[in-house]
Design a binder for this molecule. Structure first.
Ligand code: NAP
Length: 263
């Protein structure tokens, strides 16, 4: 039977990129600059009020798909040819949904995740596994003034701690989630000077960080090292066993090989 939309429609290559990370934005810009013929759909969860702008011609959709089944249905109904999971290294659920949905509808999947940070000799890291463990560690440390750089969603975990908190987030947290905390609104990248100023101005004696990796937010670690301040470092959540690369260029190579759509 003939394709009612003709051969052009059946040959369409449509790439779904799950966004939420610096790499997602870089990838989208790089695909655009390579003069690709692939149709790109960029998907956001919709957690932040403001987003970095996307190149013209990139379709943007916002909001969850409705779990693994919802995503699998979306892949089918939207004619997706391949998918890149470029969610943040701390997105705990979406990578598993992506892996299961792509497996069930046989859509090739690649995950892109930047390498985690590793401590330098002068670093004073206290490694923990979860945000709740970080809150327990704060509770047991002598620190009085703590800088939280974990986003706004999980600030409530620290509500029972006696320390004074300064929390830096992109958007304001829900009112009352961490009573008494000073909220600093800001979006990465931050420079070493920015971070030294924050730590000194707020007399911070402990930093809490997720091991996000990358350059945009690493200056807080350099500042903490320089000032001899400990860092509670939260490990990344488990990830599904899917093909994974660390660099945007490797993802571009995969796209070219997988759907042959880059110039
Ligand atoms: P999550 O636990 O993995 O995802 C929760 C739910 O949000 C998913 O089940 C899915 O809903 C929806 N979702 C997540 N990413 C999506 C995307 N790119 N497009 C459409 N729906 C998406 O992730 P999270 O920790 O809530 O983070 C939400 C988003 O913020 C992610 O895209 C992540 O990359 C970004 N982010 C997270 C952190 C962090 O520290 N967690 C930091 C920076 C950025 P359905 O099940 O309904 O499909």
């Amino acid at each position: 039977m003939n394709d009612p939309d003709g051969p052009a429609a059946s040959a369409r290559r449509r790439l779904l990129v799950l966004g939420g990370s610096t790499e997602a934005s870089e990838l989208i810009r790089a695909i655009d600059s390579e003069g690709s013929s692939v149709e790109v759909v960029l998907s956001y969860a919709g957690r932040t009020a403001t987003r970095t702008s996307s190149p013209k011609g990139v379709e943007v959709r916002v909001g969850g798909f409705g779990g693994t089944e919802g995503l699998a249905n979306h892949l089918r109904s939207d004619g997706i040819t391949a998918m890149i999971d470029a969610t943040h290294p701390f997105a705990a659920r979406m990578p598993f949904h992506a892996a299961a949905a792509c497996r069930s509808v046989k859509v090739p999947l690649l995950r892109i995740v930047r390498p985690a940070w590793a401590p330098e000799p002068a670093d004073r890291w206290i490694r923990v596994t979860t945000v709740d463990d970080a809150a327990r560690a704060v509770h047991h440390l002598p620190a009085a003034r703590v800088l939280l750089t974990i986003g706004r969603q999980e600030l409530g975990a620290f509500a029972e701690c006696e320390a004074t908190f300064v929390a830096r987030c992109i958007d304001p947290p829900e009112i009352g989630v961490l009573p008494g905390a000073t909220i600093l609104l800001g979006r990465a990248p931050f420079t070493l000077e920015d971070e030294l100023d924050v730590i000194r101005d707020h007399r911070i004696d402990l930093v809490v960080s997720k091991n996000a990796g990358g350059e945009a937010t690493r200056a807080k670690l350099d500042a903490a090292r320089q000032l001899g301040i400990p860092v509670i470092m939260i490990a990344r959540p488990p990830a599904p066993p899917v093909d994974t690369v660390e660099r945007v260029q490797d993802a571009l190579d995969w796209i070219a090989e997988c759907i042959g759509a880059l110039a």
